[in-house]
Design a protein around this ligand. Structure first.
Ligand code: HDE
Length: 728
């Protein structure tokens, strides 16, 4: 076999494993051991290994003299610093990553020969990167946007990347429209406004002319676009892929990630406040939970469609603006993803990781989805300019754990030192190495799909149903979810300068639901325009656009439970609870709620009028986590107002405590009030207040608990939000 070694010229044996640098895929303790064995961290050196004696002063002509050009230590340090930035990703620039592993539940060999999907005892290392799409690297986590959900599996057969999103469909059907979509959503080119937001004219101008985007628009206007946590969102492969088994039989497959904490979101007003209070909210939440051992988990689900059933649906399986309702094809859960380790270094891992939907392994293959086909070109191409070299696969986070042997050579920043003379195939001088692998030896073979077609630049008529699944999504939402979609549309379209675009967009909504269009029009203060068939800009095969007007097709099912977050898993685990308590807090209630929350797996934090520590009514010292000035209610899932006259009196004098309660109430979050705490609640703007026991019972239904047990509070926390709460 051909020999390679890495950055160890003349020091190590010839067959040093080319993939030895697998930092991140080991435990932290193993990685630290590797580092200390290599002697790292002893002395400060230059990049040439020279020990540095003074890192505080540059070399000068006299103590007060000019700096000398000779100072190679200064020059090296500044030069490196000058080149520390690389281009950010064209899309999905803002991201957060984590390491973990994947384990299949049972062998999947009936459907696929993919090795990592066979052995339930085997853990395949993974690196996952979540992202927003439109914003720049430093933009807010809480933008209304799709979230990227990319998983790199380091399998024994090479790298497999599942590069998906937290929504199961996409805006466009054909890759050729992607640059148009992204140009439209990114900040406008004259003034680079707005950052990480779709609420501007160019986006809605484009969308109003692209009827195929309407299903995705429903998702993006829904609360799915403002997740509570990256740990609480679904993931989807979006396109239909293929599974191939040992016998070379193929089935179609749609991939799903189902979070074990359920799917939860914040409300839009809250999202906007979080963007100011903590624009790293999602990144911090992921990091802190992994550090605290609350490892996020998702189950991998598959919807499998036999080849013979390809055409049995009212939509085309190759159309990425369509999902397969779970009522028609159930999701089979086949394994679990666990994220258990934070990166050591953001740049080296999260920034330099390079995903590609074309990184596949035997047993998985593409379909002819025209959006997927275009992606297969784009990802390597973009890494060439982003990471600067065709050798980006040698960056530690991108390295395959299975050996890499080929005749590719040289290029910028090449790490491997190939020691053979032969870099061509066939050869005899290198013993013929490396050899091609037969399919039985694990060699990749493309699925032999039969193709009999003429070359054509057109779109299939089966792609021209643009509204049926937008209707399905809207109809499947609960009442509050529908209201949030309406309000999101009013917000977004309300930001437009162009009346024409606004009106055209409302016209498009009439094809989804006339009530929706009416409500949005009312919020915008405009009449509902006369429904006008949207123009489709793609030219059909016969060149006659009339034949290709979007068909008015009924949804494949009337409603789908899986599309509403109302039906999701509800748990109190890992929820962040603010305990409002300051000097004079009653010991008993404070201690019992804090220990009950910790036992329930939640994360309580003491929010006081000042930092440091507080003294309870019985004189105990309690450490304060945050003061009213350093935090905000939007950073918590619920609030507990602990009793104690002195404590409540102090909060009554602090205006921020009113804002804290007002926002918790307004954002429909659980509130629990103990004894004297009722005075604080009564002083707030909450419009449901108790005057007798009946009111208290009604308030409890609306998630405001007065003198209830810790258990009742914890079960309210698990419910996430109380949409039945009255707003004034
Ligand atoms: Fe991407 N996409 N994309 N995309 N995409 C990129 O690749 C592209 C599409 C997705 O965390 C880029 O390495 C084209 C759909 C994720 O590093 C770029 C088309 C879906 C990420 C690119 C699509 C995605 C990217 C930018 C239309 C959901 C972040 C940086 C044909 C299934 C990966 C990079 C990460 C990133 C191109 C459409 C998901 C420019 C041309 C559909 C999650 O290559």
């Amino acid at each position: 076999m051909k020999k390679t070694k890495k950055t160890s010229k003349g020091k190590n044996s010839k067959d040093k494993d080319s993939n030895s640098n697998s930092i991140g895929k080991n435990s932290k303790a193993e990685d630290l051991k590797m580092n200390s064995e290599s002697g790292d961290g002893q002395f400060l050196t230059t990049n040439q290994g020279l020990k540095i004696n003074d890192n505080q002063n540059s070399l000068k002509a006299g103590e007060r003299g000019a700096t000398l050009l000779e100072d190679f230590i200064l020059r090296e340090k500044i030069t490196h610093f000058d080149h520390e930035r690389i281009p950010e990703r064209i899309v999905h620039a803002r991201g957060s990553g984590a390491h973990g592993y994947f384990q299949v539940y049972e062998p999947m060999k009936k459907y696929t020969k993919a090795n990592f999907l066979q052995n339930p005892n085997e853990k395949t290392p993974v690196f996952v990167r979540f992202s927003t799409v439109a914003g720049s690297r430093g933009s807010t986590d809480l933008a209304r946007d799709v979230r990227g959900f990319s998983v790199k599996f380091y399998t024994k057969e090479g790298i497999y990347d599942l590069v998906g999103n937290n929504m199961p469909v996409f805006f466009i059907q054909d890759a050729i429209k992607f640059p148009d979509l992204i140009h439209a959503v990114k900040p406008e080119p004259d003034n680079e406004i707005p950052q990480a937001a779709s609420a501007h004219d160019t986006f809605w101008d484009f969308i109003s002319l692209m009827p195929e985007s309407m299903h995705m628009i429903m998702w993006i206007m829904s609360d799915r676009a403002i997740p509570r946590s990256l740990r609480m969102m679904e993931g989807f492969g979006v396109h239909t892929f293929r599974f191939i088994n040992e016998k070379n039989n193929s089935v179609f497959v749609k991939f799903h990630w189902k979070p074990l904490l359920g799917v939860h979101s914040v409300v839009w007003d809250e999202a906007q406040i979080i963007s100011g209070k903590d624009s790293d909210f999602h990144r911090r939440d992921l990091w802190d939970n992994i550090e605290n051992g609350n490892f996020p988990e998702w189950e991998l689900g598959v919807q499998i469609v036999e080849e013979k059933d390809e055409h049995k649906f009212s939509f085309d399986l190759l159309d990425p603006t369509k999902l397969i309702p779970e009522e028609l094809v159930p999701v089979k859960r086949i394994g679990k993803l666990t994220l258990n380790k934070n990166p050591y270094n953001f740049f080296a891992e999260t920034e330099q990781v390079a995903f590609h939907p074309g990184h596949i392994v035997p047993g998985i293959d593409f379909t002819n989805d025209p959006l997927l086909q275009g992606r297969l070109f784009s990802y390597t191409d973009t890494q060439l300019s982003r990471l600067g070299s065709p050798n980006f696969h040698e960056i530690p986070i991108n390295r395959s754990l299975s050996p890499v042997h080929n005749n590719q050579r040289d290029g910028h920043m090449r790490q491997t030192i190939n020691i053979d003379k032969t870099s061509y195939d066939p050869n005899t001088m290198g013993g013929g190495c490396p050899f091609q692998a037969k399919a039985v030896e694990g060699g990749f073979t493309s699925y032999a799909e039969r193709i009999d077609a003429k070359k054509i630049r057109a779109r299939s008529e089966s792609f021209f149903d643009h509204f049926s699944q937008a209707k399905l999504f809207f109809n499947s939402q609960s009442k509050p979810e529908k209201e949030h979609i309406i309000n999101a549309l009013i917000f977004e379209l309300g930001k437009l300068k162009s009346d024409d675009i606004r009106s055209r967009m409302v016209g498009r909504l009439t094809f989804v639901d006339t009530g929706l269009a009416k409500d949005v029009a009312a919020g915008l203060g405009i009449p509902v325009p006369k429904p006008e068939q949207p123009i489709n800009h793609s030219i059909p095969a016969d060149g006659n656009p009339k034949n290709f007007q979007p068909a008015n097709i009924d949804p494949p099912v009337e409603k789908s439970e899986a599309l509403s977050m109302k039906n999701t898993i509800k748990k109190s685990d890992t929820r962040k609870i603010a305990i409002l308590a300051t000097d004079g807090v009653t010991d008993k209630t404070f201690n019992s709620i804090r220990s009950a929350l910790l036992n329930a797996g939640a994360t309580p934090a003491v929010v006081a009028t000042h930092l440091g520590s507080i003294v309870s009514s019985k004189g105990s010292n309690i450490k304060v986590d945050e003061s009213l000035l350093t935090t905000s209610s939007v950073l918590f899932d619920a609030v507990y107002v602990a009793g104690g006259k002195e404590s409540i009196d102090a909060f009554l004098k602090a205006p921020e405590s009113m804002e804290f309660l007002n926002q918790t109430y307004k954002h429909f979050k659980p509130i629990c009030i103990n004894n004297e705490g009722i005075e604080l609640y009564n002083a707030s703007d909450a419009c449901q207040k108790p005057s007798d026991k009946n009111d208290e019972a009604k308030l409890a239904e609306a998630g405001v608990l007065i003198n209830k047990s810790p258990e009742e509070f914890i079960s309210a926390v698990a419910k996430h939000r109380f949409w039945n709460r009255q707003m004034c």
